[in-house]
Design a protein around this ligand. Structure first.
Ligand SMILES: NC(=O)c1ccc[n+]([C@@H]2O[C@H](COP(=O)([O-])OP(=O)(O)OC[C@H]3O[C@@H](n4cnc5c(N)ncnc54)[C@H](O)[C@@H]3O)[C@@H](O)[C@H]2O)c1
Length: 283
């Protein structure tokens, strides 16, 4: 199956990155967000990243112009009617995602594959709200998408082999390495990573060590490129909390309970880098 026209739904940090790599790989990309300002801001951000890449000699001026020329900002889902593949990257909330999938299912042609970039939600449940569960799959990119090599591919119960192979080939065409993961809460990446982050937050909550010292332990002691609390700020503390809730409910196991301090930060609107304050302050 050839994939030439795609839509990315949600122009946040993940949707922007996915749109960028797909446009760079030659796809025409509709980047959709409810918020017109968000989608325009995201395209300006991609422009600034490509300008840096050009200055460093990683891409030519022509390649930059071609990538930007293939990105089309939109504020609804109507252009799904032209697409071979749609990747959804809206908030990590089941009701928000299912509303998007219901609408996409009405608009997209029969051939179109509907993929979710969900970090933890069940693909089988998302697929079940459509009339094409065989064409629904999890395509979980890592942040920042242009840099990180991995994509987790998650088959829902009804996902067809054809859909899986088409999306695997697309991941490879984007220069990514894919792994196949069963449809269980958090898949592999977030089942392991969010437990580490949540435990780091508990260390701060219980006064075991400061934010900086917890991060230093993991950086200098375990050779992690960044500390778990810095990483949590980058991911977004609302996203971290949403994923912990999915793990906690999905496994019905208290070992996945979100740290109360994480919940409190989200209640305060301290969402990490994107809101200017999380475990650290950002100007
Ligand atoms: N942040 C990460 O590190 C990371 C990594 C991998 C996967 N994910 C997953 O990617 C998804 C998006 O995460 P993010 O960090 O980019 O979030 P974000 O908050 O940065 O962006 C979400 C965007 O979706 C838009 N949106 C919300 N509802 C919409 C709708 N109905 N239609 C169109 N646009 C809508 C919002 O306006 C916002 O711009 C989530 O499912 C998250 O779990 C996140």
């Amino acid at each position: 199956m050839s994939i030439s026209t795609v839509m990315v739904v949600g122009a946040g940090q993940m949707g922007g990155g996915i749109a960028q790599v797909m446009a760079a790989a030659g796809r025409k990309v509709y980047l959709s967000d409810l918020d017109a300002a968000a989608v325009n801001k995201r395209i300006e951000f991609i422009d600034s990243i490509l300008t840096k890449d050009e200055a460093k000699g990683r891409i030519t001026a022509d390649e930059k112009a071609a990538t930007l020329g293939r990105l089309v900002p939109v504020t609804d889902l109507a252009a799904a009617a032209e697409c071979d593949l749609v990747v959804e990257a809206v908030a990590e909330l089941m009701d928000v995602k299912t509303a998007v999938f219901r609408e996409l299912d009405q608009l997209a042609p029969e051939r179109c594959i509907l993929a979710s970039n969900t970090s933890s939600l069940p693909i089988t449940s998302i697929a079940a709200v459509t009339n094409r569960p065989q064409k629904v799959i999890g395509m979980h990119f890592m942040n920042p998408v242009p840099v990180m090599k991995l994509v987790e591919l998650i088959r829902g119960l009804a996902t067809s082999e054809h859909t899986y192979q088409a999306v695997k080939a697309e991941a490879e065409a984007l220069g990514k390495t894919s792994v196949e993961v069963r449809d269980v809460p958090g898949f592999v990446s977030n089942r392991v990573l969010q437990m580490l982050i949540n435990e780091a937050i508990f260390c701060v909550y219980e006064g075991v060590a400061s934010v900086e010292d917890v991060d230093t332990v993991m950086k200098l002691g375990m050779n992690h490129p960044m500390g778990p609390l810095t990483l949590a700020d980058f991911i977004g503390l609302d996203t971290v909390l949403n994923i912990m809730e999915v793990l906690y409910e999905g496994f019905a196991d208290s070992k996945y309970r979100p740290c109360p301090l994480l919940r409190q930060y989200v209640q305060a609107g301290w969402l990490g880098k994107k809101s200017g304050r999380g475990f650290y302050q950002y100007s």
